[in-house]
Design a protein around this ligand. Sequence first.
Ligand code: SF4
Ligand code: SF4
Length: 101
Amino acid sequence: MAKIRINKDKCKGCYLCVTNCPNALIKISPDLNVKGVKAVYFSGGKPARLHGKQGQAGGCTGCTMCALICPECIIEVCKEGQGSRGSAERSEASPKGKGQG
Ligand code: SF4
Ligand code: SF4
């Protein structure tokens, strides 16, 4: 399962990530950050109560929607077994040849 990291102190409270996470895993904190806004936090990959039907896996899928939509580029998506990816970065797969054999 994937997870995300959010630089809360840079969050401006637009909540685009909250409304665009397909699994509703990003929540609004009751506390203010250094900018004086209620920043968001990752709810830990717990399943959200949505429609209670099939289709929603619950945990973070690593879809990167939150990172892509964040105007501040402060969300990193960490996929299991891979590095983190932010919205401003695009890492291409390293060309690994199979070799000859
Ligand atoms: S999209 Fe970015 S700036 Fe907006 S609430 Fe989410 S983390 Fe904060
Ligand atoms: S990567 Fe996708 S599933 Fe995970 S928190 Fe972001 S928007 Fe939600």
